[in-house]
Design a protein around this ligand. Sequence first.
Ligand code: ACO
Length: 311
Amino acid sequence: EDPAKLAAFEARVAADEFIEPKDWMPEAYRRTLTRQISQHAHSEIVGMLPEGNWIGRAPSLRRKAILLAKVQDEAGHGLYLYSAAETLGTSRREMIEALHSGKAKYSTIFNYPTLTWADIGAIGWLVDGAAIMNQVPLQRTSYGPYARAMVRVCKEESFHQRQGYEIMMHLAAGTDDQKRMAQDALNRWWWPSLMMFGPPDADSPNTAQSMRWRIKRDTNDDLRQKFVDITVPQAEAIGLTVPDRDLAWNDAKGGYDFGAVDWEEFYAVVRGEGPVAKERMKARRDAWEQNAWVREAAAAHAEKRARKAEA
Ligand code: ACO
């Protein structure tokens, strides 16, 4: 790679300028962005499954309408992000094939099952809460199309987080059974939510370079700490208990100390061994295959129109 071009690129990044699709960029920058954005897109798409599972069983019309809108938002985020990744030169078909063949990663969090309605509350509150914590800084990521996509995505995520917390608030103030259900969902989703931020900084192969290139604006551990600090008081406010006996306010650091995340579990889920990983991948592959006729019809229609325009 041309050292002068590289120096100019690094100066632009250091000056917080956005890098745009047609600008020169180092191949490794292109690769890591394609990796991160496509994984992010896959996460949005696979992320529709655990909640989609509850649309037909939402406890009221109002809850159903909200959940339906939220799951549709996730689809929109996925498509938006695939488009952003495509500007780096990889086609959507290649990215989707990488997901279906098991080559591409997606967030570990979506490999856990949604057992009760309270899980829908916990996902909105914790999973979307963690997603916002990670994505707000990405509005200032150095790649223009990704940063701009994040602006809209974050607005929608904050609605998702509130709707989830509101479900938890109602359950926590409900009957004993409802309160137990809310606590059980918090118990099951808390640790997997902390894993969403990725491995500890010391074991994160990509963080240092991604921070230098301003792809990432905060490290995994910093975002995880922020998430804990904001979320613990929210649990307390509705009378729920965070399932961590080591959790304690630390005055000196101005944040909570918290227990050790089970990184063995994290790496197992990353390897595809999550509790419902097989079901998730099967659902995605089935959707792709069973709806092939839609893609074929759209392509035939586009071709017919192109022919008509020529004539
Ligand atoms: N689930 C699955 N894989 C993960 C996770 C996770 N929770 N965390 C890290 N990994 C993977 C990384 O993708 C990387 O693998 P790779 O090199 O093969 O791609 C490996 O573990 C090592 O991690 P890091 O070096 O820390 O990787 P990175 O710098 O990419 O940081 C992070 C990971 C924080 C997830 C980053 O990619 C990111 O900010 N992505 C954008 C946000 C996103 O994808 N959110 C998805 C969930 S939110 C939602 O969809 C609602």
